[in-house]
Design a protein around this ligand. Structure first.
Ligand code: CS2
Ligand code: MG
Length: 401
């Protein structure tokens, strides 16, 4: 088999997605997600100008060799743009291989290790009472695990509670700015989880995302203060470039820790995994460079009792979700999958075989990863410039968002 053509499709059915579509001389096609929220076009240029010309004429079955060629062969390794571009191609090649075999991708990875996959979704409110209601609603809808975020008194809307921050239209021009105070946040969050446990009891799994804003000592304090409420995890406490920082957090709290949505390679997580400084690794197919490296990372993590928890916010396309689901159905150390239901227009552009029911997900049994792109429909949703928000302390200092 030979690769005859590669298209990089940019569309915005609710939000921007970059999709790689690979065509072969045997008529089989495969698609992969290459979306990097807020920097989409950098990945498009990387693909079109540098990777696509090398792909034409190659054998699509040589997935490992192609991955190594693009990773090692560039000389300049790693980074979100490079790895998202490679992921788009790698995922599309696995899709083709599984279609050629007439099997769902999870079968090629080693088969199912479970019948269904636990997921968690998001709920939030400006006030604690509103957040508690929102979580209760998700439980009523059938979810067993919910990430809870709340507004902080004295601050305008913060991470996870500002609806405009997820609205493409609101972000069209320049980045929206948020305001942050760690002391106010640290005082307020334990009150949210006290209220949640009081209202919902102990059976519900509760999660929280600090979005990289704390120092290790502050994270340790928050982890300790949340211990009575038995969280499923506390996510992204500190900016994890400093992997050693997790040693201090780990020493002081038994609240489980998750990190990794912004990681691109195993090297971003090696120490965290080897020293068992985290409980869940959040790397996801598109930002980790594809199915090939993420499978390797999952296996590495399994040796150290670290479980998988792929990033699954709406800014990764259903193609990425499907790839995560195939990996997760196979992974012996699967933990949980993040799931935020897509907008109807996104699902129309990316029809798929995966299912979400009663708080569980399954990739389906269609050959490949099971998601296709409706190109004609995608063309009706042109790219719209969009940015993630930025964050400042109350005195104006630029902070982590
Ligand atoms: C978040 C994301 O899902 C999560 O845990 O941290 O919503 C993240 O902010 C976005 O995916 C960024 O593009
Ligand atoms: Mg997060």
């Amino acid at each position: 088999m030979k690769i005859t053509d590669v298209k990089v499709i940019v569309s915005s059915p609710g939000r921007n997605f970059v999709t790689v579509k690979i065509f072969t001389d045997e008529g089989l096609t495969g698609i992969g997600d290459a979306t990097l929220n807020g920097r989409e076009k950098a990945v498009v240029a990387y693909l079109e100008d540098h990777l696509v010309p090398i792909l034409i004429g190659r054998d699509p079955s040589r997935i490992e060799d192609t991955w190594q060629y693009f990773y090692k062969g560039a000389y300049w390794r790693r980074g979100p743009v490079t790895m998202a571009a490679i992921a788009g191609i790698d995922t599309a090649l696995w899709d083709i291989k599984a279609k050629a075999a007439g099997m769902p991708l999870y079968q090629l990875l080693g088969g199912a290790s479970r019948e269904k996959m636990l997921c968690y979704t998001h709920a939030q409110g400006t006030e604690i009472s509103e957040a508690v209601e929102a979580v209760a609603e998700k439980i009523e809808q059938g979810y067993h695990a919910v990430r809870a975020q709340v507004g902080i008194p004295g601050l305008p809307a913060v991470y996870g509670t500002d609806k405009s921050a997820t609205n493409v239209a609101a972000l069209n021009n320049l980045p929206h700015e948020e305001v942050w105070s760690t002391p106010k946040y640290l005082r307020h969050i334990p009150k949210l989880f006290a209220a949640l446990r009081e209202k919902l009891g102990d059976d519900v799994e509760l999660l929280h995302d600090a979005h990289h804003r704390l120092t290790p000592l502050e994270a340790a304090r928050l982890g300790r203060d949340l211990e009575p409420y038995r969280l499923f995890w506390l996510e992204d406490t500190v900016a994890a470039e400093h992997q050693e920082g997790f040693r201090l957090i780990r020493k002081h709290t038994v609240t489980p820790l998750a990190v990794g949505e912004v990681f691109n390679t195993i090297w971003d997580a090696r120490l965290l995994i080897e020293e068992q400084l985290i409980d869940y690794i959040r790397m996801t197919t598109v930002h980790a460079g594809g199915v090939t490296p993420l499978r390797r990372i999952m296996d590495f993590a399994s040796v150290y009792n670290v479980r998988t928890a792929c990033h699954g916010a709406m800014d990764m396309s259903p193609v990425c979700l499907a790839a995560n689901l195939h990996l997760g159905l196979w992974a012996p150390n699967f933990g949980i999958q993040e799931y935020t239901p897509y907008l109807p227009e996104t699902l129309e552009v990316f029809p798929g075989a995966w299912t979400a029911k009663d708080g569980y997900l399954h990739p389906g049994n269609a050959p490949g990863h099971g998601v296709e792109i409706d190109e004609a429909l995608a063309a009706r949703y042109p790219y719209e410039r969009s940015y993630l928000p930025v964050n400042r302390l109350e005195d104006g200092t630029l902070w982590h968002w």
